[in-house]
Design a protein around this ligand. Structure first.
Ligand code: HPA
Length: 275
């Protein structure tokens, strides 16, 4: 794995010609809008990068974008990999590790999720403050890659409190509603039954989805700070559970994605000012 990671990282170093990324960005289902904010973006299809997985989901394009957002040099993943697609978690987090090897110190991850907190409405945004790994597996299982990080990475401050402050302040400036809460990751691909939604709420989650947690585990392993955002695309709240249709999820992600982009842009501006 280490050899493959190096081959991918070396390929990208050459392609990027001295571009030193500071922030990694992972954009989930229907949340590609933020890439439009990227200045002077260079695009590299995943298929050109050695050992990079390629996405099997239609709604996820597979392209790495390198460019500038709010003065930060950003590597953006348009399209990500999910455990339910049949990849190992090591494959799912391969791009995160490569971005870490290229020098990112912060990762911003976004996703579409089902809201289980009754205060939520479809189309709203939740900033992730913590997570529950319900995948039954970890990208860090197996022999530890010592070059990347320790055997037992600490997870008590996985979602960076300082950056959370920037995004909170940005949401306030925008006068926009932003929930904060715990994201639970399940393997999927089936959505949850009403009993499962109740269970997820009971054990302390505010939203549930099928991604993000592997990426955050891999990033924290490497000491990379993390921020996460969920677009609430449907509700797993008793009495308000509806049939989930992919197109509805995409529509809700687009609505939430606009707010999310503004919050992320505002937060990055504050992070830049604080640098
Ligand atoms: N559950 C799991 N994953 C999801 C959901 C959900 O309700 N909505 C979008 N992704």
């Amino acid at each position: 794995m280490w050899t493959e990671l190096n081959e991918a990282a070396n390929f990208l170093k050459k392609e990027l010609q001295g571009f030193q990324p500071e922030i990694g960005l992972v954009l989930g289902t229907g949340l590609g809008q933020l890439m439009k904010e990227m200045k002077d973006a260079q695009r590299i299809p995943y298929s050109a990068i050695p050992h990079f997985p390629t996405s099997t989901v239609q709604s996820h394009a597979g392209e790495l974008h390198a460019g500038t957002i709010q003065g930060f040099k950003v590597l953006g993943m348009k399209g990500r990999f999910h455990y339910y697609e049949g990849y190992s978690l090591a494959q799912v987090v391969f791009p995160i590790r490569v971005m870490g090897m290229l020098g990112i110190t912060h990762l911003v991850v976004t996703n579409a999720a089902g809201g289980v907190n009754p205060d939520m409405e479809v189309g709203e945004v939740m900033m992730i403050t913590d997570h529950l790994n319900l995948l039954g597996d970890s990208p860090l299982s197996g022999p530890n890659i010592e070059q990347l990080g320790p055997r037992f990475p600490d997870m008590h401050d996985s979602y960076d409190a300082t950056w959370a402050g920037y995004f909170r302040q940005a949401a306030q400036h925008l006068n926009t509603k932003m929930h904060e809460g715990v994201y639970a990751a399940l393997k999927g691909p089936a959505l949850e039954t009403p009993a499962e939604y109740r269970w997820i709420r009971t054990i302390g989650a505010d939203a549930v989805g099928m991604s993000t947690v592997p990426e955050v585990l891999a990033a924290r392993h490497m000491g990379i700070g993390c921020s996460g955002f969920s677009a609430i695309t449907d509700l797993g709240v008793p009495g308000r559970i509806r049939k989930v249709v992919l197109q509805d999820v995409l529509n809700a992600a687009e609505t939430a994605g606009k707010t999310m982009s503004e919050i992320i842009l505002g937060g990055l501006r504050l992070a830049q000012e604080a640098k």
